[in-house]
Design a protein around this ligand. Structure first.
Ligand SMILES: Cc1ncc(COP(=O)(O)O)c(C=O)c1O
Length: 322
């Protein structure tokens, strides 16, 4: 098996100053640092890629094919995994000509040497992009290549299953009442649910990437649990759909407040597309009383920091346009 030189288990830290800002017991809020996995900047895709790459290599593939929004962290880390395994990498990335920014993950995709195919138009037409990934792979087969297609976010049942392991890591250390996570394609959320065996212990915060997200998470959780030999999870998908802002990649004022508060209390740096929205969901859950003063909560830091280093998000945070 190719070693992607990732770190696991990832560290867990308390966030006492942030807890205090939220009027929580300072010992009751933790962060799971999935942003520190390693693999070209780190993030939640590292664990998925470790198993998906093994599957790809077992099938004798010669290149990885995947896709996402222009600032996809999954695309960047897939490019990194391909390099380490000595494979090619083809990325289908969506962009809108009026808001395209070549910084952040796009710059890193280029540094890593991936072949980028731009899909012009909307930000993330989810189903169309999934089809485009499959069609591009079929085209490569006709050219004599041996591609391995990864779905958006690496969220096949196999990819999602890798997060069942994280539920075990958390139960061994903390036994949390609730884990709060950014939910994009749904695999990370679903894997955690599969590992805990219970939907009620995971609150996903919808970042606006995937339609019919709750159904996708429930189906993936059942499939991931079955694959891991675990029982079917109880309960139903817990999703905060109130933090999507202006849609995928467009954070609102609540995400901005969450990003700045996390940075200015426990110096936790969040990204604008995923983790700031997830933290806004945690704040909302505390304000509504869903999270109590002594509820044991783990915030999943899933990475994504490169996205912050784009002109658009600099303007969003500072109000400065140059
Ligand atoms: C930084 C970051 N956080 C969270 C997610 C969401 O994970 P998932 O797609 O498994 O729902 C992603 C997915 O792209 C991500 O890049």
């Amino acid at each position: 098996m190719t070693d992607l030189m990732t770190v696991s288990p990832t560290p867990v830290h308390r966030l006492p100053r942030l807890a205090e800002a939220l009027d929580m017991d300072p010992g009751c809020l933790w962060v799971k640092r999935e942003d520190l996995t390693g693999l070209a900047g780190g993030g939640n895709k590292a664990r998925k890629l470790q198993v998906l790459l093994a599957d790809a290599l077992a099938g004798g593939c010669d290149c990885l094919v995947t896709g996402g929004g222009a600032q996809s962290n999954h695309a960047r880390m897939t490019a990194a995994a391909a390099n380490i395994a000595g494979l090619g990498c083809e990325l289908l990335l969506t962009r809108r000509p009026d808001s395209f920014d070549p910084g952040g993950n796009v710059l890193l995709d280029r540094v890593l040497g991936a072949t980028i195919h731009w899909v012009e138009g909307t930000v993330l037409p989810y189903a169309e992009l999934e089809s485009a990934i499959r069609e591009h792979s079929e085209k490569l087969v006709l050219e004599g290549r041996r591609p391995y297609a990864l779905p958006i976010g690496g969220s096949s049942a196999l990819g999602a299953r890798s997060y069942a392991e994280v539920a075990r890591e958390l139960d061994n250390l903390i036994d949390p009442d609730l884990v709060v996570v950014a939910t994009g394609s749904g695999g990370t959320h679903a894997g955690l649910v599969a590992g805990f065996g219970d939907h009620c212990r995971v609150l996903g915060v919808d970042v606006g990437a995937r339609p019919a997200l709750a159904t996708a998470v429930e189906e993936l959780a059942v499939a991931a649990a079955a694959m891991a030999g675990l029982s079917r999870p109880s309960g139903s998908c817990q999703l905060d759909t109130g933090q999507t802002g202006g849609g995928y990649g467009v954070p609102g004022e609540a995400a901005r407040e969450a990003l700045l508060t996390a940075a200015r209390t426990d110096a936790l740096l969040l990204d604008p597309v995923y983790t700031a929205k997830a933290m806004a969901g945690l704040f909302a859950a505390r304000r509504s009383g869903r999270i109590g003063r002594t509820t044991r909560v783990v915030f999943m830091h899933t990475g994504g920091l490169p996205g912050l280093f784009t002109r658009r998000f600099t303007e969003w945070l500072t109000g400065e346009s140059r």
